[in-house]
Design a protein around this ligand. Structure first.
Ligand code: ATP
Length: 199
């Protein structure tokens, strides 16, 4: 499995549609300071479901939309499409090529799609987390982040390993189920109180 291509349109400094074809192995992005190298990495994180504006080096989520320059007006939406070569079947989906896309509108709306079919953010997160790539983004090590990994607590380190092993999805589902059960128990106890009152 490898990232085969990436297309950015209206994402950060990439106002016009920009298509990048990647090969297996190591890819280097070179360019002068401020030319948008890190924006490409942000686009990868974003299309894979990143929800934290800070992780994308912005103040709010809309900051990923091209904000305009002296010669070019701001745009109303940002779009990123990533195509993954899945010929080794690493992603649990019956396609040798998987395209994931994310669009965000300035009014706050978002759209997600897998192979051109609209889906939920959760579908993308679950698809990727089964292969060890995920929302927690330990697959993207940013500048200065190595230090944070080295200084991580044993619990945080376990989180990295769990995500790589694909167990994080199940842990999150378990936590959600526990929260639902707790809510249910609170409701039941309220019903019991009311029953006692009525009697
Ligand atoms: P360095 O080598 O210094 O780390 P870089 O090549 O990684 O730089 P980036 O940080 O990717 O550069 O890009 C920064 C540029 O992106 C800045 O010029 C900034 O103004 C521009 N930029 C970021 N967000 C937006 C946006 N929403 N609209 C327009 N331009 C943006």
């Amino acid at each position: 499995m490898y990232v085969k291509s990436l297309t950015l349109k209206g994402f950060k400094s990439f106002a016009s549609a920009t298509h990048m074809r990647l090969e297996p192995g190591i890819t280097c992005i070179v360019g002068p300071n401020g030319s948008g190298k890190s924006n490409v990495v942000d686009a990868l994180a974003w299309v894979m479901g990143e929800q934290g504006a800070k992780s994308l080096r912005g103040g709010k989520m809309e900051d990923v939309i091209f904000a305009g320059t002296t010669g070019r007006a701001a745009l109303g939406r940002a779009e990123v499409t990533m195509t993954i070569d899945n010929s080794d079947g690493a992603l649990p989906i019956d396609y040798t090529e998987v395209t994931i896309s994310r669009t965000m509108f300035r009014n706050g709306g978002s759209e997600y799609a897998i192979n051109g079919t609209s889906c939920r953010l959760l579908d993308i997160q679950e698809l990727l987390s089964d292969s060890g790539i995920g929302r927690e983004m330990h697959v993207i090590v940013g500048q200065g982040q190595l230090d944070a990994v080295l200084r991580a607590t044993p619990e945080e380190r376990r989180g990295f390993i769990e995500e790589a092993a694909g167990v994080l999805k199940h842990r999150k589902r378990k936590e959600k189920a526990i929260r639902k059960l707790e809510g249910m128990e609170a409701n039941l106890s309220r019903v019991a109180d009311l029953t006692t009152e009525i009697r």
